[in-house]
Design a protein around this ligand. Structure first.
Ligand SMILES: [Mg+2]
Length: 239
């Protein structure tokens, strides 16, 4: 296969995010602390309970329609449950989102191989990033923090375009921006349901980076499985 473009997922592919159980509570506490300082008076446990109800309802919808409402939507909807009628662009809402995001950044680490591998691929392939994330501003900050921005010819974050993997649109949009046909692209990601399935559906060759034991029942199979980003260099040589 003649490869012209290599697309990457972000979380748990190029950067590693600690588990939900580790980061979620401190991030929500930061968000809540921001609101409290602004005079929004809701006990943390109440806020937390309603936040998860709202979030889970949004998740159930996005699983069906493959849209990605910005994180501001869940903050706004949660506040509405407590009688605060702030829309998604209200500074209390956007400030609370950024408080969550700034805390989250402490739980994200650069994979040891990322920079070296991207450096080796840069110039030989068109490179792209396609990430499912409801806080696109935070994705950009992370790329900045880790010095990754300059490697990519295209960056698409679901919260920016209201489409998430595995929707065909987000993959096709990335390749259209690169001017590369799907049959000349590979996608590297860590999830079967989002990355492998989504890429394969549009004719992109999926490469799974195995960050955890592979789900035994796979309705779609990756074309290759790698255990580190470094192995990607070998796989691409053999294409
Ligand atoms: Mg991922």
């Amino acid at each position: 296969m003649w490869v012209e473009a290599v697309l990457f997922d972000l979380f748990d592919t190029l950067v590693l995010l600690e588990s939900d159980e580790v980061f979620y509570s401190p991030c929500l506490r930061r968000l809540h602390g921001f609101l409290a300082r602004e005079g929004i008076n809701v006990p943390f446990e109440d806020y937390r309970r309603v936040y998860f109800e709202v979030r889970d309802r949004i998740y159930a919808e996005t699983e069906k329609n493959l849209e990605e409402p910005h994180f501001n939507v869940r903050v706004s909807q949660t506040l509405q449950q407590f009688g605060y009628d702030f829309d998604v662009s209200n500074p209390f809402v956007t400030g609370a989102t950024m408080a969550f995001a700034n805390e989250l950044m402490h739980y994200v680490h650069l994979d040891v191989d990322t920079v070296d591998v991207l450096r080796k691929l840069r110039g030989r392939y068109r490179l792209g990033l396609v990430s499912n994330f409801a806080i696109p501003e935070c994705a950009w900050k992370l790329l900045d923090k880790f010095g990754l921005k300059g490697f990519f010819d295209v960056v698409l974050v679901s919260g920016e375009i209201n489409k998430r993997k595995p929707s065909p649109e987000i993959f096709e949009r990335a390749l259209n921006a690169l001017g590369v046909d799907t049959s000349r692209a590979v996608f590297v990601g860590d999830t079967i349901g989002l990355d492998v399935k989504g890429a394969k559906n549009v004719g992109i060759s999926p490469i799974l980076i195995e960050r955890r034991p592979i789900e035994r029942i796979m309705d779609v199979k990756p074309d290759e499985v790698i255990r580190s980003l470094r192995e990607l260099l070998v796989v691409l040589e053999e294409c």
